[in-house]
Design a binder for this molecule. Structure first.
Ligand SMILES: Cc1cc2nc3c(=O)[nH]c(=O)nc-3n(C[C@H](O)[C@H](O)[C@H](O)COP(=O)(O)O)c2cc1C
Length: 352
C-alpha cells in the first residue's frame, strides 16, 4: 500500500495539477532594498552557508520526497548525484517503508554515497515517531534511520492536513510534541522538523523551539499543495475541495518564525541556540531564495521544481536549474550589498 502511494505521489507531483490555485507563497510582495554603494566585487560574492555545522555551496536543501518503491531508487540516486555536484543538502522521503518493507531499503541507502560530501537528512513522520515513542523504540529506530542513509540531520515531518485527507492516513497527532522532545534528547544528531507545504506558524514554531529542535523548515503554502494531491486520490473529491487552499503562506511563516528569534533566548529555559530557519514551499527561483533570506530564513528548500527538472532531463537538468538559481541569487546579493547569504538574512529591514 505504501509503495503504491509513494509512487502515485511522485507521478501526481510531476504531471498533475497539484499547486495552489489562489494562495501564493507571498514572496512576490517582498521588495528587496537596492543599495547604490554595495562595496562588493560581484566576482567575490559567496553563496556558501553553514547548515548545522556543515558547509553548503548554496543556501539550499533538496527536500525529502521519496523512497520505498523500486523507481524511487533511480530518483534518489539522480537527486543525490545532483546534490553532491551542487554542494547542497538533501533529504529522503518518509522512511516508514524501510521498516514495513525492508526489501525497499536500497532506495534509501543510495544516499550513503554522498553522505560524506553533503548533509543527508532522514525523514520520519511525526505520527510514526509518536508510535515508536509509546513503544519505547524511539532511540533504536532513530539510529536505524540515521545508519540507513548516513544522515547528519534527523528530519521529522508534521503533516496533519495531509494525514487527515489521505485515504489511508493516520490523523492521530496526540503526543507528537512530547515525542519530538524525546527525539531531541535521544538523537545523537541535530533534529529538524518540517511541514510538507501547509506551513508552520509562529505559535507552532514557539512550541518546537521549546523542545530544543535545531532546525525548523516552515514548508509553507504556495508551492505543492498536499491537500490537492490527496484529494485527487480520494473517492469524495468534490466534497473535499474546501481544503485545497488551506495553509499559511511561506512568506508569512518565515516572518512569524523569524520574529521569535528576537525573543530568544530569554524566553526559553533550555538556552540552546535559536533553530536554523528553512524557508520552503513554492521556492522556484534565485529571486525567491533571496526574498526568503531577506525575510529571515537562513536557507531554503525545494521539492517539486527539482523533481520536475529531474523527470524532464535527469541530473544535468537539475544542475542547470540550480545553477541558474545560484547566479540569480548572487545578482540579488550584489545589488542589495550582501556579501554572504547570512548578511541578507540579518539585513536591517528598517532601511528598506
Ligand atoms: C513527490 C513528493 C513527495 C514528497 N514526500 C514527502 C515525504 O515523504 N516526507 C516529507 O516530509 N515531505 C514530503 N514532500 C514534501 C516536500 O518535502 C516539501 O515540503 C513540499 O513539497 C513543499 O515544497 P515545494 O513547494 O518546493 O514542493 C514531498 C513532496 C513531493 C513533491
Amino acid at each position: 500500500m505504501i509503495t503504491n502511494r509513494k509512487e502515485e505521489h511522485v507521478q501526481l507531483a510531476i504531471s498533475g495539477d497539484v499547486g495552489f490555485r489562489e494562495l501564493t507563497n507571498g514572496l512576490e510582495e517582498v521588495r528587496l532594498p537596492y543599495n547604490a554603494l554595495p562595496e562588493l566585487n560581484f566576482s567575490g560574492i559567496s553563496t556558501e552557508v553553514d547548515f548545522l555545522g556543515k558547509r553548503l555551496s548554496l543556501p539550499l536543501i533538496i527536500s525529502g520526497m521519496t523512497g520505498g518503491y523500486p523507481d524511487a531508487e533511480r530518483i534518489n540516486t539522480g537527486l543525490a548525484e545532483s546534490a553532491a555536484a551542487l554542494g547542497i543538502a538533501m533529504g529522503v522521503g518518509s522512511m516508514r517503508a524501510a521498516f514495513d518493507r525492508p526489501e525497499t531499503r536500497s532506495s534509501y541507502t543510495v544516499l550513503q554515497s554522498i553522505s560524506t560530501a553533503v548533509p543527508v537528512i532522514t525523514n520520519i513522520g511525526a505520527v510514526q515517531l509518536a508510535e515508536w515513542y509509546r513503544k519505547g523504540a524511539l532511540a533504536d529506530r532513530i539510529n536505524e534511520c540515521i545508519e540507513l542513509v548516513g544522515a547528519s540531520v534527523v528530519g521529522i515531518h508534521i503533516n496533519p492536513l495531509q494525514e487527515m485527507l489521505q485515504p489511508e492516513g493516520e490523523p492521530d497527532f496526540s503526543g507528537v510534541l512530547e515525542a519530538i522532545s524525546a527525539a531531541v534528547d535521544l538523537s545523537p544528531l541535530p533534529v529538524m522538523v518540517k511541514e510538507v507545504g501547509a506551513g508552520i506558524s509562529g505559535a507552532a514554531a514557539h512550541k518546537l523551539v521549546k523542545t530544543g529542535v535545531a532546525c525548523i523548515d516552515v514548508a509553507g503554502a504556495g508551492g505543492t499543495s498536499w491537500a490537492a494531491i490527496e484529494i485527487k486520490r480520494h473517492q469524495e473529491q468534490d466534497k473535499l475541495q474546501e481544503f485545497r487552499e488551506v495553509g499559511i503562506s511561506t512568506a508569512e511563516c518565515i516572518r512569524q518564525v523569524a520574529a521569535l528569534r528576537k525573543q530568544h533566548p530569554t524566553q526559553h529555559s533550555n538556552h540552546s541556540p535559536f533553530p536554523t530557519i528553512v524557508g520552503s514551499g513554492g521556492i522556484s527561483s534565485g529571486y525567491d531564495i533571496a526574498r526568503a533570506l531577506y525575510l529571515g530564513a537562513d536557507l531554503c528548500a525545494t521539492a517539486r521544481p527539482v523533481l520536475q527538472a529531474f523527470a524532464a532531463g535527469g541530473t544535468a537538468q537539475v544542475i542547470q536549474l540550480i545553477g541558474d538559481w545560484t547566479l540569480r541569487l548572487r545578482q540579488w546579493m550584489f545589488i542589495t550589498g550582501a556579501a554572504t547569504p547570512q548578511q541578507l538574512t540579518m539585513m536591517d529591514k528598517t532601511q528598506a
